[in-house]
Design a protein around this ligand. Sequence first.
Ligand code: 6PG
Length: 245
Amino acid sequence: MKEYPAPEPLMQVLPESRSLGRAVAARMASILLDSPEGLPLYVALSGGSTPRLLHDVLATTFRERLPWDRIHLFWGDERFVPLEDERSNYRMAQETLISKVPIPQENVHPVPVHLATPEEAATAYEETIRRTVGDRGFDMVFLGMGSDGHTASLFPGVEALDEKTRLVHAVLAPEYAEPRPRVTFTLPLLQQAEHVLFLVSGADKSEALHSVQHGRGDLPASRVRARGTVEWFVDAAAFGERGPA
Ligand code: 6PG
């Protein structure tokens, strides 16, 4: 697996969470509208609650500005619960974005959590990704970060972090991250993406963000690479009051 050099994190600090959502939506539009006409655009959404900031802007201000008929949505990670479960990342995106924009239903590719086990779901999702996205990789992957430095469902110490070839992995999250059974993109899949956009909001993330920025290379979020750019969009609360670096 080709290793890409660690890019200097490109980081934008936004004054508060609403401006964070607007800045990321604008960046998404500039990337997708700059892509060659007519091609499908492969985008992976993040889970948790921060993406609501982005989805709200995409579903309103940017609703008419994006080529929804060309956009295909996947999930960078998913909790292994039914899609209608309130903890499902798919359900959050369905409620805050998908139900509000004119994206064709066949362009929405949830993790197959109806299968018997997270392992089966990971294998099936990988096959779907290889069949659709292929070697081209994702145009854009959105990621969040936990206060422990995890991203997607790549938590510190999980075996999936050391995966070198598979694209999607089943993971058992630590006890503090319910629900524990998860399905997640691996670092090799993230690394194939053209653009990775981190969205980080809230003071509870400031310690992990500071660690990522200043060399704690072992944190999962620090290990994410991309073919093109890894860009961080953070609000002032997450950036925190800092003395000289
Ligand atoms: C998940 C996410 C996870 C999330 C971070 C941040 O399924 O929970 O994919 O990686 O991005 O935990 O979560 P918040 O945005 O809720 O802080």
